[in-house]
Design a protein. Sequence first.
Length: 278
Amino acid sequence: MKVLDLFSGIGGFALGLEAAGFETAAFCEIDPYAQKVLKKNWPGVPIYEDVRRITADRLVSDGIGVDVITGGFPCQDISTAGRQAGIDGERSGLWSECSRLLGDIQPRYAIFENVTNLLTGDGGDWFKRVLWDISSVGYDAEWHCIPASAIGAYHHRDRVWIVAYPNSNSQSGVALDAGEIQPPSLLAYPNSERGCSRDSKRQDAGDAGKSPILTRDDIRRVGPWDAEPNVGRVANGVPARSHRLRCLGNAVVPQIPELIGRQIMEVERESQAQNIRT
């Protein structure tokens, strides 16, 4: 499946999903240093600079097919270390571009990532807004808090991961109430926390009601891992140590999208097998 990687940074999403069998179709990244890293490690993959200028028609015109949209959209207005301007803030407000493209492109899946304060900020209203935007374009969603330390990293870095896919129970363009979107099954993960319910309470993954798909065996299969696998301290031959450190600090830990990607691939295989049987 082909991926449009929004807010790409230095390619953490791409590294993980490619390890799971996905193909990176295009990046979108505005930072000049991160663009250099992407160009070095993914030569030939197009890079769009401004997410606000991407449309489904433009992608078709450029010959780019998209099955999956990914994006760790800006957290500056959501993080507890930021100004708490919220989901409509100057930086984090770019979430609206993610939801716009979700409705415009209509991919098979979308995977989004952000800080866990997205779940509880403004009494949970920031996350309800995200769910509403997803449901308003005909998609369902699952979400889960997965820290980097859970897959073998030496730092905690707890983040909420959201997977969206077409809602078979809704008609295109008909918005569902955010409370109708059921919390996770696809991302159920032991010893991490399940997503935010309608009243914004955190729930344990053990209550998900379905078998977790990210198991200890999954972790053993992926780890142990190098700090920056196959990219030589971010990018051999690309200068500017301070930019390296900033990009590393903002980067998605690749092993988590890899695990999510492997589960999506398994779901796709099961769906195809079922279609053959019927």
